[in-house]
Design a protein around this ligand. Structure first.
Ligand code: PBG
Length: 339
């Protein structure tokens, strides 16, 4: 008798085969577990804004805050004690304009944060930066605008040089990993050349290669104050209906020099995570986004689900699908639970 799940390998049937044999003893279950979840695999997103002593909870993301540089340093310290060592920073600038100029300033909010975190925590924390313009532009789109067929749209090629400039500025301020999220064509190549020319040949790029135009970003856009002021992001982010197109995006980004690949969101795209991992065999990150987080928190607060159990199940499923690392707002809670 052959087992359909293992291809052509012969396998005995019942009663010789009894899968439950490996489930009776919890220590056996530990031995045969295929997927491990550890705080080492998690990256905590953090939001920083100007000011002092700011710790403003984000309504739709309980336990997550808009922080100022000083409270950010404390927040990272507390997360570090729990075992979370990797962070990705999102900046909320004091001023926005049409070109997102404040993203490029050495005194920009993310640049200041990087220097302060490095000073306080040294090399023991991994600092990633999200590279995009939607938080910095007054129109909330992810780059510079131009008119195309009579309507405003992001100008791909005009955005590339300023994107590279933003990345170099972040690397100079101490970023360990550069994570471009704007879904511009050619962005990874432009950033790689920019970093290399500036002497940052050693800084890896984690590309948001397969980033979908998703309804699950809602709470984030409140947190980062970055919703588009008109239209949507459908001309640059991917159509949720497409899978083959994600393979093309990933192939292009790898050819341009991406070191790691991100799929975002995570839960509605577990098939994409799996396909990317199997096809390309490179480090894969999954972004368990704000809306996915908010749904769990809301249901848990109503007493409808067991938060700890559901969260661990969700994150384990993302790892099982093929993600090596997960960006998640649950990182602190998970680290506490697994301690
Ligand atoms: C910036 C960016 C977004 C997210 C991460 N980087 C928002 C967007 O594309 O609108 C969303 C993350 C989340 O929902 O947690 N481009």
């Amino acid at each position: 008798m052959s087992d359909p799940s293992s291809g052509d390998l012969p396998s005995p049937g019942f009663p010789t085969a009894r899968p439950r044999r490996l489930r009776y003893n919890p220590l056996v279950r530990d031995l045969v577990r295929e997927t491990e979840l550890s705080p080492r695999d998690l990256i905590l997103p953090l939001f920083v804004r100007h000011g002092k002593g700011v710790r403003q909870e984000i309504g739709s993301m309980p336990g997550n805050y808009q922080l100022s540089v000083d409270t950010l340093v404390d927040e990272v310290g507390a997360a570090r004690e729990l075992g979370v060592k990797a962070f990705i920073l999102f900046g909320i600038p004091a001023q926005k304009d049409a070109r997102g100029s404040s993203a490029l300033e050495d005194e920009g909010i993310v640049q200041q944060s990087l220097r302060a975190l490095r000073k306080a925590h040294g090399p023991d924390v991994l600092l990633m930066t999200d590279e995009c313009f939607c938080e910095y532009t007054d129109h909330g789109h992810c780059g510079i605008l131009h008119k195309r067929d009579g309507s405003l749209d992001v100008d791909n090629d005009a955005t590339l040089p300023i994107l590279a400039e933003q990345c170099v500025s972040h690397a100079r301020a101490g970023a360990d990993v550069i994570a471009p999220s704007g879904m511009m064509d050619g962005m990874v190549g432009a950033i790689r050349r920019g970093l290399d020319t500036a002497g940052f040949t050693h800084i890896p790029i984690l590309s948001y290669a397969a980033k979908y135009a998703s309804g699950f970003y809602g709470p984030f856009r409140d947190a980062a104050e970055s919703p588009p002021q008109f239209g949507d992001r459908n001309t640059y982010q991917m159509d949720p209906a497409n899978g083959d197109e994600a393979m093309k995006e990933v192939a292009l980004d790898l050819a341009e020099g991406a070191d790691m690949i991100m799929v975002k969101p995570a839960l509605s795209y577990l098939d994409i995570i799996r396909r990317v991992k199997e096809r390309f065999r490179v480090p894969v990150a999954a972004y368990n986004v704000s809306g996915e987080f908010a749904m769990v928190k809301a249901a848990a607060r109503n007493g409808w689900i067991d938060e700890k159990r559901v969260t661990l199940e969700i994150l384990t499923s993302i790892r099982r699908a093929g993600a090596d690392m997960i960006l998640t707002y649950h990182a602190r809670d998970v680290a506490r639970w697994l301690k």
